[in-house]
Ligand binder design. Structure first.
Ligand code: PMP
Length: 363
């Protein structure tokens, strides 16, 4: 089996599994309990917060959530609610994950003015985002790395420029696909454990101290009232272990990408949809073969890839269109995403299978 769908999710690493099991066996107290068992659990949480802040190279607060979908909802709704007396203008992009774009739709229905920018309309997308923010803008929300093509938006450039001009504009970054791979800059940053070899069901929201945010979930007041609910200590422990195990520098992704592209470039009718993108995501269209046909053909050979994005299964992706991919090419888009476990041999097998698929199915 060759797993090349790591932008959808990754296999938990041994360190994460070990941390979760050890927690379940030895450290299962409720972190809110006042006795020693509770204190031990609380210590685990505090230590993982430190680990994540260190990796982000930031000071501030970490709130654990059920995943980045919840982190994004908390950031977008939480900031909008907290800041609505100051204004109602929000800037975002047309390539956001549904966990940002759907909350944005809701806010627009509630009367917020939501301005959404498409990268395909601009030569320099960072400048476009910076220029779209004005004194009435309360929130800018964008993603560091797009999950469908790997498209990068330089958060350092955008964040610094926006904060210099409009310090009171809150900047939120969906950092899911960028965390541990690129430096992330924002007031609020959404993270997910299962994209970095942690376990599904836990994520985090980083918040810079002075930023105002209101909760979405009410209950027992855990995590300073920002996110009520008993913290999943074992998942959090695994998240921390995954972050610690993630290497500081990776050359493997660029090597695997290079090998794949070398082959694809020699073939007729292949369109590369990943431009200005991270090394671990390669999205390309095999003209004349529909995505799903190719995906299932590869699956029969034990090779797992994605058609566009696993989150928009079955639909033509509006995200690919906003990135300048035609509907026809989007219909035949294949997304290959690497993990640290993949090898050159995996790419060779993929290339062989792709060429066979093209011969068999191209019309
Ligand atoms: N944002 C991006 C960019 C993603 O790729 C994903 C996962 N596909 C999410 C948010 C949602 O993360 P989670 O699965 O942890 O809810």
């Amino acid at each position: 089996m060759i797993y090349l769908d790591n932008a959808a999710t990754t296999k938990p690493c041994a360190e994460a599994i070990q941390a979760a099991v050890s927690c379940m066996e030895k450290c299962y107290g409720n972190p809110s309990s006042l006795h020693n068992m509770g204190i031990e659990s609380e210590k685990v949480i505090a230590s993982v917060k430190k680990t994540i802040l260190r990796r982000l190279n930031k000071e501030g607060e970490i709130y654990f959530t059920s995943g980045a979908t919840e982190s994004n909802n908390l950031a977008v709704f939480g900031a909008a609610k907290a800041l609505k007396r100051r204004g109602n203008r929000i800037v975002t992009t047309a390539i956001e994950h549904p966990s940002v774009s759907e909350p944005m739709k809701k806010l627009a229905e509630e009367g917020f003015e939501v301005v959404s920018l498409k990268p395909c309309d601009y030569d320099n997308f960072e400048d476009a985002l910076i220029n779209a923010v004005d004194e009435k803008t309360i929130l800018l929300s964008f993603m560091a790395v797009n999950n469908e093509t790997g498209f990068i938006t330089d958060s350092k450039k955008v964040y610094n420029a926006v904060k210099k001009r409009f310090p009171s504009c809150t900047v939120h970054l969906d950092g899911v696909q960028g965390f541990c791979k690129t430096q992330l800059f924002a007031d609020l940053i959404s993270l997910s454990a299962h994209k970095i070899y942690g376990i599904k069901g836990v994520g985090a929201l980083y918040k810079a101290k002075p930023v105002r945010l209101l909760p979405n979930v009410y209950g027992g007041g855990q995590q300073g009232g920002m996110r009520s609910g008993t913290e999943p200590v074992e998942l959090i422990a695994a998240f921390g272990a995954a972050v610690n195990a993630y290497p500081e520098k990776i050359t493997k992704f660029s090597e695997l990408r290079h090998t794949l592209l070398q082959h694809l470039e020699q073939w007729e009718g292949i369109i590369l949809n990943s431009k200005n993108s991270v090394d671990n995501i390669v999205n390309f269209s095999v003209q004349g073969v529909r995505s799903e046909i190719m995906l299932h053909f590869l699956e029969e050979k034990g090779i797992y890839v994605s058609s566009g994005s696993a989150c928009s299964r079955g639909k033509i992706s509006p995200v690919l269109s906003a990135l300048g991919v035609s509907d026809k090419n989007a219909d035949s888009a294949v997304r290959v995403s690497f993990s640290l476990n993949n090898t050159e041999n995996d790419i060779k097998e993929l290339v062989l299978a792709l060429s066979e698929g093209i011969k068999r199915f191209r019309r």
